[in-house]
Design a protein around this ligand. Structure first.
Ligand code: 2HA
Ligand code: ZN
Length: 270
């Protein structure tokens, strides 16, 4: 067996959580990440027949039967992941209907996966249906995106268009735009289902007055998606109260679509 602390999926997760903390997106125990693992790769590091304990998930996800995920722990701080990965992270495998998570590694203080596991796993199901290469669901609390949900209309088209207008790269990085949910109680199956429904159309879903969800093929891509949306929100919060002399026009968005070979979400451009 290879040493799991040298596994690329683990070292990338550690670097990602440290970076997200550094950017102020994950105060205290804020935020959570789930990474879908390749069972063959994982078996180089762990005996997949050795289940440490079983933890109920509280919902069903039959399409993820037998799939393994690296997931941040509930109540754990992103700040601390790098210093004790085995306590702050866990690797789980879902049973045949997704109602039980078999712990294969981690949560070494008796802990368990994030309280937002429903939103994560339901979002994985939704994104895998659109893109079989999707591996990551990431949630965090970036300050400018959060601030924007207090002062901007929560209409998805309007919210997306404002972010696109704030820097040229935005429409290129997330042409599918952002889904927006009104304030809802977090940690529930209901917000999980609502998030997953939005994930059918866009890889970013804003939770008003709470944070954002991102999904992507790897940790870097998903991090970059949130990073770009947060940059857009940062510019907006710098200028929202000032008179605007110009912005990026729809004609210019169409030029960007043509030049970068991307297609803006249907109906979001004039
Ligand atoms: O506690 O961010 O949404 C982690 C969270 C809950
Ligand atoms: Zn949160």
């Amino acid at each position: 067996m290879k040493d799991i602390l040298t596994a690329p999926f683990l070292t990338e997760m550690i670097r990602t959580t440290a970076n997200m903390y550094r950017l102020g997106w994950d105060e205290r125990n804020g935020g959570n990440i789930s990474l879908l693992l390749d069972n063959a790769e994982l078996s180089e590091y762990l005996d997949l027949n050795h289940v440490l304990r079983e933890i109920p998930t509280g919902f069903q996800a039959p399409s993820l039967a037998g799939r393994c995920f690296l997931v941040t722990g509930t109540g754990k701080y992103f700040k601390n992941v790098q210093y004790d990965p085995e306590k702050n992270l866990g690797i789980i495998r879902l049973n045949e209907d997704g109602t039980v998570a078999q712990l294969l590694w981690g949560y070494s203080d008796g802990g368990k996966f994030t309280s937002e596991l429903p939103a994560h796993l339901m979002s994985h199901v939704a994104r895998l249906a659109v893109n079989p290469n999707n591996r990551v669901v990431m949630h965090c609390h970036p300050g400018n995106l959060l601030a924007m949900t207090y002062v901007h209309d929560l209409d998805e088209r309007a919210f997306t268009r404002t972010l696109w207008q704030m820097c040229t790269e935005c429409i290129v990085v997330f042409p599918d735009g952002v889904g927006v949910l009104p304030w809802m109680l977090c940690g529930t199956n209901e917000i999980g289902m609502a998030t997953a429904e939005k994930m059918q159309d866009s890889r970013l879903v804003v939770w008003a007055q709470h944070g954002i969800y991102g999904a992507g093929a790897d940790l870097d891509e998903t991090f970059g998606l949130i990073e770009t949306a947060e940059k857009g929100a940062e510019i907006y919060m710098k200028i929202a109260h000032l008179p605007w002399k110009q912005t990026i026009t729809d004609e210019q968005f169409h030029q960007l679509e043509a030049h970068f070979g991307v297609k803006a979400r249907e109906g979001f451009l004039d």
